[in-house]
Design a protein around this ligand. Structure first.
Ligand code: HEM
Length: 469
């Protein structure tokens, strides 16, 4: 009521719709039918690049364009906003903390995911990809890509952050991670059998299992001191704490680990799924990517394992990934809350209001990307030709995704094995997708799979499997 009576301010144009509901149902409907981009464009046409609406019970300013993206990602008066459901599911983690605590966590996490560290994870990623391809893809003539890509990215992140306990965690809790991820945009009332109720149950089960591992690690570190060498996240955080870099409790470390896994696996699995979909429809792109990957495969060392140098040669494959991120961004937009009254382009944004920008608004704008609906990886040949703040699949500013390099490397490793070993055809050529809120093919992207073994890589492939046994 208070927000609605601020009529003396120069509030942005637009309407707040009917009380409480506002535009929530209409936006959710468009996300489910993947028509949200048109929905945003219609509002922008009607009210201009700054307009007000009401979403999830909060007055919200919709912003459009590169200047707006710059503003939303860099303005100090705007705080990252998460749903109430996410805050209950994940507790005190990087996604929900603020102020000094956030600074400590971000700096530790950025250290753990910095490029030099990610280099040392390539071997683990390679091993996990080969293990899962052998288990879930090899010998099948039909697979559902989305569920296998989720399993793959969950396996990869767990193999890095847990080390030897990864397999047990994935085996016991793959479904729990799925239910937790599904509950993030749900109505946060804890009733059994609802999305949120199931998410809370799964969250408690995962937290219990990780806490057990964390306690063991703490004991080990206590007895063996700092000589313990490990890349697992819990040990890394415990060592940092003993050096005075942060003051997180063991519970906070566990919550942050859950936050990383949730941040990592739904996003990268969406990228891999949609790359596979695009490649099925783009024979020329598939031919070029295959040429690059075959070349890398034929130059691999005797162990047959990908190295950091191999990954850094996958330049065209990364362009295909970026074009996939442009056309189907895994995170559809960013929400912020005004922590004080803010002025933007002559409009007043009252303290407490939400601010929102959707990635598709600039990603699919013909002023920045010629023929925006065309899938054309060559547009990333000259990154400098892409105007600043128009391509933001990983966000920007101080809350930019810290997992960018990690996701790039794991995607390259996964695509290497898929492209060199298989060919696929979509079972439903025109399968649509919804945003839930991650892009989700309605049937999970089933494909007919064929084995492709060019003579040059057949021996390496056999050796590989013997090795991974
Ligand atoms: C293709 C893959 C990925 C995409 C598209 C993606 C996208 C994003 C975006 C857009 C944000 C910022 C949201 C905002 O500002 O509103 C974000 C944050 C985050 N991402 Fe990613 N991400 C990906 C992979 C990963 C991976 C692999 C990890 C971890 C290993 C990760 C961990 C995180 C975390 C912890 C945050 C929160 C950072 C903060 O709040 O300060 N992400 N991601």
């Amino acid at each position: 009521k208070k927000h609605r009576s601020c009529s003396t301010y120069s509030l942005p144009p637009g309407d707040l719709g009917i009380p409480v509901v506002g535009q929530t149902l209409s936006l959710l409907h468009c996300l489910h039918s993947n028509t949200d981009d048109q929905w945003f464009r219609d509002r922008i046409k009607k009210y201009g690049p700054v307009s007000k609406m009401s979403v999830l019970g909060s007055p919200t300013v919709l912003l459009a364009g590169p200047a707006a993206n710059h503003f939303i990602f860099t303005n100090e008066g705007l705080a990252l906003t998460q749903t109430r459901a996410l805050r209950s599911l994940l507790g005190r983690c990087i996604l929900t903390l603020n102020g000094d605590e956030l600074k400590q966590v971000r700096s530790a996490l950025q250290g753990y995911l910095r490029p030099e560290m990610v280099r040392s994870y390539v071997g683990k990623m390679d091993e996990e990809v080969r293990r899962q391809i052998k288990l879930n893809w090899f010998g099948r003539d039909r697979v559902t890509v989305l569920s296998l890509a989720r399993r793959l990215t969950l396996g990869i992140i767990c193999s890095v952050v847990f080390g030897q306990e990864a397999a047990a965690i994935v085996e016991a809790h793959a479904l729990d991670f799925q239910l937790l991820g599904d509950a993030i945009l749900s109505f946060p009332v804890n009733i059994p059998y609802t999305r949120f109720g199931k998410g809370m149950r799964s969250s408690a089960k995962i937290r219990k299992a990780i806490t057990r591992i964390a306690e063991k690690r703490e004991q080990l570190l206590f007895h063996e001191g700092h000589a313990v060498s490990s890349t697992d996240f819990i040990t890394y955080m415990l060592i940092l704490r003993s050096q005075g870099s942060h003051s997180l409790t063991l519970e906070d470390i566990v919550d942050n680990l859950m936050g990383i896994i949730i941040g990592a696996h739904g996003t990268t699995s969406a990228l891999i799924t949609f790359m596979i979909r695009h490649l099925a429809n783009e024979p020329d792109v598939l031919a070029k990517i295959t040429e690059e990957q075959d070349e890398i495969a034929s130059n691999k060392g005797t162990e047959g394992v990908l190295t950091w140098e191999d990954v850094s040669r996958m330049k065209y494959t990364w362009k295909v990934a970026m074009e996939t991120l442009r056309t189907v961004p895994p995170v559809f937009g960013s929400f912020r809350t005004a922590t004080k009254d803010i002025n933007y382009q002559g409009y007043h944004i009252p303290k407490g209001w939400k601010v929102f920008a959707a990635q598709s608004i600039t990603h699919l704008d013909s002023r920045f990307f010629n023929e925006p609906t065309k899938f054309d990886p060559s547009r990333f040949e000259k990154r400098s030709s892409i105007p600043p703040y128009t391509f933001l699949p990983f966000g920007g500013g101080p809350r930019m995704c810290p997992g960018t390099e990690f996701s790039r490397v794991e995607t390259m490793v996964a695509m290497h094995y898929l492209v060199t070993q298989f060919r696929w055809k979509l079972c439903y050529k025109d399968e649509t997708y919804k945003k839930d809120p991650k892009p989700t093919p309605v049937f999970g992207l089933p494909v007919e799979l064929e084995l492709r073994r060019p003579a040059s890589t057949a021996d390496a492939w056999n050796a590989l499997y013997v090795h991974s046994d």
